[in-house]
Design a binder for this molecule. Structure first.
Ligand SMILES: [Zn+2]
Length: 74
């Protein structure tokens, strides 16, 4: 396991609403970065969350089940 702090200066936005550390190439989240996400400027956090919001959301309901085929006999 790499001992990388994922400093915010090394973290960049990547496709899919994700963030990636350019040093270790790991996908990082708010809680992975250094310094703490809470300690970062509002402007930075706003951009982070705005990008994160572009993540593709999974469909709420699964596709409709196919109609039951008529069975014969029993
Ligand atoms: Zn890193």
């Amino acid at each position: 396991m790499l001992n990388c702090q994922h400093h915010v200066q090394w973290v960049r936005q990547v496709a899919g609403g994700l963030h990636q550390c350019i040093l270790c190439f790991q996908a990082v989240t708010k809680k992975d970065v250094s310094p703490k996400f809470e300690d970062l400027p509002d402007d930075f956090r706003r951009r982070w969350e705005a990008h994160e919001a572009t993540r593709e959301v999974a469909p709420k309901a699964p596709p409709a089940a196919p109609p039951a085929s008529p069975g014969s006999g029993g």
